[in-house]
Design a protein around this ligand. Structure first.
Ligand SMILES: [Zn+2]
Length: 119
């Protein structure tokens, strides 16, 4: 079977035959109508993982003190995304970016603390 004969089930992300009208993994009906609905809902469905990526990215790009807030929010969003079984890749990227951002913020706070403790 060629790869082109496979597609991802929009509901469970498992690979299924592209002509299947019912997913063998989760039992979802894959009619054209539900595919269109799913396409429209994909962005809404992945809203938390997208938010996590955006927040994590912002926190890294702008590593100011306030970004611990966006970083933690990003981690929370990423965790919610995982619980909601959103797009795994996006969720993990969001979590990763947010955690890295938080570590960067903590490090810069520690540096500031060291600077201050010299006086
Ligand atoms: Zn499925």
């Amino acid at each position: 079977m060629q790869n082109s004969d496979l597609k991802k089930c929009p509901f469970c992300q498992e690979e299924i035959i592209s002509t299947a009208i019912k997913c063998k993994h989760c039992g979802s009906i894959l009619t054209e109508l539900s595919q269109k609905e799913t396409a429209m809902n994909t962005n809404v469905k992945n809203i938390f993982s997208i938010a996590a990526v955006v927040l994590g990215g912002i926190s890294i790009i702008f590593p100011v003190i306030i970004s611990w807030l966006t970083a933690i929010t990003g981690i929370v969003m990423g965790a919610i995304a995982l619980v909601r079984k959103e797009n795994k890749k996006l969720s993990y990227i969001g979590l990763f970016l947010s955690i890295v951002a938080l570590l960067l913020v903590l490090k810069s706070c520690a540096d500031v603390g060291k600077e201050l403790s010299r006086f």
